[in-house]
Design a protein around this ligand. Structure first.
Ligand code: 5GP
Ligand code: MG
Ligand code: MG
Length: 181
């Protein structure tokens, strides 16, 4: 698995430290609201979601939503589909979407518009990774772990063809791996 990684972009300790910082920021921002619902976007959010939730020093609820946009490719099709909806009624709740990565922004723009229709008290977005160069959809992002360059990354929840999610770091995949697929 590691032989498919070109280089490590963000190491385990760096992730840990940044997740703690984000959690502290979120804890301070939501302290007085008395309500926080984390909505993780499956499956990429999995590692980030559990680490972030454990580091937030507030009572909170968690739920998950799943969308499809990429399939096994490394480029967004621009078509987003809801695969699994929330179990929670988010009306009048303070909702924080938790994403692994924002690339074109199409996935989040779609999700955001869908969730806003349900009248949450507030709706913010937290992403571990952000690729600012690739943005085509205008979507406000409130919490960003790391801005990264335009490379296809895997690990810490992020996959290529469902693999590499369990790597403890964020790494750049060797292009041969997806070019030969
Ligand atoms: P967007 O709709 O913003 O273009 O893409 C969002 C989704 O595409 C992410 O949630 C993620 O699932 C996938 N994605 C975008 N860039 C990468 C990347 O560099 N690596 C991986 N593994 N997935 C990515
Ligand atoms: Mg995602
Ligand atoms: Mg994926």
């Amino acid at each position: 698995m590691r032989q498919d990684i070109d280089y490590i972009l963000i190491g385990e300790d760096q992730i840990k430290q940044r997740v703690a910082e984000l959690a502290a920021e979120i804890s301070a921002d939501y302290r007085d609201l008395g309500d926080l619902l984390l909505v993780g976007v499956l499956k990429g959010c999995a590692m980030f979601m559990v680490d972030l939730a454990r580091a937030i020093d507030l009572p909170l609820a968690i739920d998950f939503i799943a969308v499809a946009s990429y399939g096994a490719s490394t480029e967004s099709s621009g078509v987003v589909r809801l695969i699994k909806d929330l179990d929670t009624d988010i009306s009048q709740r303070h909702v924080l979407i938790v994403e692994d990565i924002i690339d074109s922004g199409l996935t989040l723009a779609y999700l955001r518009s869908q969730l806003l229709r349900r009248n949450p008290a507030s709706l913010r977005i937290c992403t571990l990774l952000n690729k600012p160069e690739r943005r085509t959809a205008d979507v406000p992002v409130d919490y960003i772990g790391f801005d990264i360059p335009n490379a296809f990354v895997v690990g810490y929840g992020l996959d290529y063809a469902e693999r590499y999610r369990n790597l403890p770091f964020i790494g750049v995949l060797r292009p041969e791996v997806y070019q030969s697929a």
